[in-house]
Design a protein around this ligand. Structure first.
Ligand SMILES: Cc1cc2nc3c(=O)[nH]c(=O)nc-3n(C[C@H](O)[C@H](O)[C@H](O)COP(=O)(O)OP(=O)(O)OC[C@H]3O[C@@H](n4cnc5c(N)ncnc54)[C@H](O)[C@@H]3O)c2cc1C
Length: 394
C-alpha cells in the first residue's frame, strides 16, 4: 500500500498551521465557506488582514518580499490545512499570479509600489488575458497598445475576466507591434481599473454566480512605467504566469477537504431509506475518488520535489491541472448527488433544517460552478496537448 507520510518536522509545522487557523479564522467566515456560500470582498479582506499580520498571506513569496519563505512541501501542507479549516481563498490573481511575476520581472519601483497592497489585500487584481477569439489560442489576442509619448493607448475587449468588478487593477496582455510570429509583439501591462475608457459588464455563469465579466478598453491610457518587462516580452512573462495558474487549478487541497466532508456524511440518511455507507455504488465511487486523489498527490510531491526556488513550474504541472480539475468536478458531483432532489433548491432558500451540516442547496450550485475548472487556466484539451508535446514528445 502506498503511504504518503511526512517528515516529523512537517508534522510539527502542520500542527502549528492547524492551531493558528482554528484560533484565528472568524467563525462566521468559516461557516459561510464550509457552506460554499459567496464570501464578499470586505469579508475576504478581513480574513486576509489577519493572515497578513501573521506573515502567511503569500505562501508562495520569498521572505525578502514579505512571504514566509516556505519550502514547496510546507506550502503544500499549509494549503491542505487551509482547505480543511474551511478558510476562504478569495481572488488569487494578485497574490498567486501577479506577485511571483513582479518578483521575477518587475522593476524595483514596481515591486515597491505593487507588492505591499497585494499582501495587505488592499488592492485586488484581475487577469486580462482572454478575448473572444483568443482563449486557448491566447497568442491570437487583438487588444492593441500604441505608444504615445510616455503612455500607451490601449484598445480591445477582454472576456471572462474574473473579479474585474471587484478589482482595483488589471494585469493584461496587449499587442505593441505586429510581427510575423503572433507570439512576438505582445507586452504585459498593469492598468488601474478606474482609468477613463474602461467598461465592465457582468456575465452570470452556469451556477448563477457573477464572477466573470467582459471588459471593454476604449482609448485607455497606461503610463509606460506600468509595463512589466521589455516591449514585446509579454508572451514569455505570460507563460511563466500560466505555470503558476495551472498549479492553483489542480485544486488538490480543496478536493481533499471535500472528500473528508463526504467521509463524515457516509453514515447519514439523506432523504432515502438506507445510509449512504450501505450503498455499494456510492462506496465504490467514493473509494475510486480517494484512490485517484492519493495517486495525484504522489505525482504532486514528485513535481514539487523537483522544484527550484524562484522558477516557474515545468510542463508536469499540466498533469496535475488536467487530473486535479476533473477529480474535483467528480467529487463535487458525488457530493451534490448525496443531496438528491434537495440539491436543485434555490440556494437563497436554504435553511438549517437539512439532515446534515452542509447547506445542501449550495451543492448543486457548486457542482455547476466547478465546470469552469476544466476550462480556465488552459482547458483540459490544451493540457493534453502540452503533455503530448513537452512530456511524451510525440
Ligand atoms: C469561469 C471562468 C473564469 C475565467 N477567468 C479568466 C480570467 O480571469 N482572465 C482571463 O484572461 N481568462 C479567464 N477565463 C478564460 C479562459 O482562460 C478561457 O475560457 C480558456 O482559455 C478557453 O478559451 P475559450 O473560452 O476561448 O475556448 P476555446 O479556446 O474557443 O476552446 C473551445 C473548445 O475547443 C477546445 N480546443 C481549443 N483549441 C484546441 C486545440 N488546439 N486542441 C484541442 N482542443 C482545443 C477547447 O479545449 C475547448 O473545449 C475564464 C474562463 C472561465 C470559464
Amino acid at each position: 500500500m502506498l503511504r504518503l507520510d511526512f517528515a516529523p518536522e512537517l508534522a510539527d509545522f502542520r500542527a502549528q498551521v492547524r492551531d493558528f487557523l482554528h484560533d484565528a479564522l472568524p467563525a462566521d467566515i468559516r461557516r459561510r465557506t464550509a457552506n460554499c456560500e459567496h464570501i464578499e470582498k470586505s469579508e475576504q479582506q478581513r480574513w486576509d488582514r489577519i493572515l497578513a499580520a501573521k506573515g502567511w498571506r503569500a505562501p508562495n513569496w520569498p521572505k525578502d518580499h514579505g512571504g514566509p519563505g516556505w519550502s514547496a512541501m510546507e506550502r503544500f501542507v499549509y494549503d491542505e490545512e487551509y482547505s480543511l479549516a474551511s478558510a476562504p481563498r478569495g481572488n488569487p490573481a494578485g497574490v498567486s499570479l501577479l506577485g511571483p511575476i513582479l518578483i521575477s520581472y518587475g522593476t524595483e519601483e514596481q515591486k515597491r509600489r505593487f507588492l505591499p497592497p497585494i499582501l495587505s489585500s488592499e488592492e485586488w487584481w484581475c487577469q486580462g488575458f482572454s478575448e473572444a477569439d483568443a482563449g486557448s489560442d491566447l497568442a491570437a489576442l487583438r487588444a492593441t497598445a500604441c505608444r504615445d509619448g510616455d503612455d500607451y493607448i490601449v484598445n480591445g475587449v477582454k472576456l471572462w475576466t474574473s473579479y474585474a468588478h471587484d478589482a482595483e487593477w488589471m494585469f493584461l496582455l496587449a499587442r505593441t507591434s505586429k510581427e510575423e510570429r503572433k507570439q512576438a509583439g505582445i507586452s504585459f501591462f498593469l492598468m488601474p481599473m478606474d482609468s477613463p475608457g474602461i467598461t465592465v459588464t457582468p456575465i452570470v455563469t452556469l451556477g448563477g454566480l457573477h464572477m466573470v465579466n467582459q471588459v471593454m478598453l476604449d482609448d485607455v491610457r497606461i503610463p509606460s512605467a506600468y509595463r512589466v518587462g521589455e516591449d514585446g516580452a509579454g508572451w514569455r512573462i505570460a507563460g511563466s504566469l500560466l505555470g503558476h495558474e495551472r498549479f492553483v487549478g489542480a485544486r488538490l487541497a480543496p478536493t481533499t477537504a471535500l472528500l473528508q466532508h463526504i467521509r463524515k456524511l457516509v453514515n447519514v440518511y439523506a432523504g432515502c431509506d438506507k445510509p449512504l455507507a450501505a450503498d455499494p455504488h456510492f462506496a465504490a465511487e467514493l473509494a475510486r475518488l480517494e484512490i485517484d486523489l492519493l495517486a495525484l498527490k504522489a505525482t504532486a510531491y514528485r513535481v514539487m520535489s523537483q522544484e527550484t526556488p524562484g522558477t516557474s513550474p515545468g510542463p508536469e504541472v499540466s498533469v496535475l491541472k488536467l487530473q486535479g480539475a476533473k477529480l474535483m468536478q467528480d467529487v463535487a458531483d458525488l457530493l451534490a448527488s448525496i443531496a438528491g432532489p434537495l440539491a436543485i433548491a434555490d440556494p437563497g432558500s436554504a435553511t438549517g433544517t437539512v439532515p446534515f451540516d452542509h447547506q445542501l442547496a449550495y451543492l448543486s450550485q457548486q457542482a455547476l460552478d466547478l465546470r469552469k475548472l476544466t476550462i480556465f487556466g488552459g482547458s483540459s484539451e490544451i493540457q493534453k496537448n502540452i503533455i503530448a508535446r513537452r512530456i511524451l514528445q510525440v
